[in-house]
Design a protein around this ligand. Structure first.
Ligand code: PEP
Ligand code: MN
Length: 351
């Protein structure tokens, strides 16, 4: 079969398997059988010196490792990406995710608040600043994934009740982390957006669980996750029926030790090139240092992020969690002014 003949099936082309020049007919037959056993269709393309086999099908994705070790296979090349629902081809429009009475995508979203809800007074003080800044989202952890079991673990449901009061009083939409299924149920009840933390990005049962929820999911990039791994984590959520996923770059582990993590801003255009999902940046966990947060937040907006998630504390020196990276209210208000100016300067000019 010639390549042109499978042209009409190109939309469904998953993989090309190239045989070595010395491959026999039975080697080719073995590859074809393997493809068919997996439920796909094989199209043999005979060239002058080599044979290639195109793999097409109507659903799912196929793993090249099925073929790489078969006799006289030179290469198995994936043509389509392993993710479908997150991929850009699905829709030409960028997705806008509605959260409560606001949205992420289509405008600059700012999510701000303390790392953890420590008590009502602390949380309300920050919320007042966040509301005054014009931001529409309040963050604050009630369940905290801490490295040490002896560190403050969060207030649990009592923290969620404080967050709920903040929504009532200030009209802010609540973004808060869930670490397990029980936490998801509570965040679904009290919050507006379920945050899945970096350490849980590949907790597949949790991803499937939030995929069955109605509330949007803020999915943070794992500490060592590649672009494909992040997108496949989002695919887990979406494949369970929840289309409302926002991706978040929050820094990765590298050899650099001048900051808590290395904020990988190049993933923002890379995500936008591969997916229709909105992407925001967390310069707080991405740097871990107060003086780096504003510069990197400005850079994130300049690079095209749909929003920021930033930690703020009225008295960072007393914070129970992540005080070193918390902005003071004054620093935060200045940051909002700066990033709004950058965002507006970069809006496309109407012609
Ligand atoms: C957080 O946002 O408070 C948090 C724990 O973030 P991450 O999962 O990115 O470390
Ligand atoms: Mn934190």
């Amino acid at each position: 079969m010639r390549f042109a003949e499978i042209n009409c099936e190109l939309q469904n082309l998953f993989m090309l398997i190239v045989m070595k020049a010395r491959a026999t007919d039975s080697d080719v037959e073995r590859v074809v059988e393997t493809i068919e056993k997996l439920g796909f269709t094989a199209h043999t393309i005979s060239g002058a010196s080599r044979t290639a086999i195109a793999v097409t099908g109507n659903s799912g994705s196929i793993d090249p490792t099925h073929f790489e070790n078969l006799p006289n296979v030179a290469e198995a090349v994936r043509v389509t990406k392993p993710y479908k629902l997150v991929s850009k081809n699905l829709t030409l429009e960028k997705s806008v995710v509605k959260i409560g009475n606001a949205q992420i995508g289509g405008e600059l979203a700012i999510i701000a608040g303390p790392c953890a809800i420590e008590n009502a007074e602390q949380a309300f003080k920050v919320a007042e600043t966040v509301a005054r800044s014009g931001a529409k989202f309040f963050r604050g952890g009630a369940f905290k994934p801490r490295t040490s079991p002896y560190a403050f673990q969060g207030m649990g449901e009592d923290g969620l009740k404080i967050l709920s009061e903040i929504r009532e009083q200030f009209g802010l939409n609540i973004v808060t982390e869930a670490m397990d299924e029980g936490g998801v149920d509570l965040v679904e009840r009290y919050g507006d957006c379920i945050q899945i933390g970096a350490r849980n990005m590949q907790n597949f049962s949790l991803l499937k669980y939030v995929g069955q929820m109605r509330k949007p999911v803020l999915l943070k990039r794992g500490l060592s996750a590649t672009l494909d791994e992040l997108l496949l984590a989002a695919e887990y959520v979406m494949s369970e029926g929840n289309p409302d996923v926002i991706l978040c770059e929050r820094g990765i582990r590298t050899f650099s030790n001048h900051a808590r993590n290395t904020l990988d801003l190049s993933i923002v255009p890379a995500i936008q090139n591969a997916s229709h999902l909105p992407v925001i940046v967390d310069p707080s966990h991405g740097t871990g240092k107060n003086y780096m947060v504003s510069p990197l937040a400005r850079a994130a907006v300049a690079v095209g992020a749909n929003g920021l998630i930033v930690e703020v504390h009225a008295a960072p020196e007393n914070a129970l969690c992540d005080g070193a990276q918390a902005l003071t209210p004054v620093q935060y208000l200045e940051l909002v002014r700066e990033v709004k100016a950058i965002y507006e300067a970069l809006l496309p000019v109407e012609v």
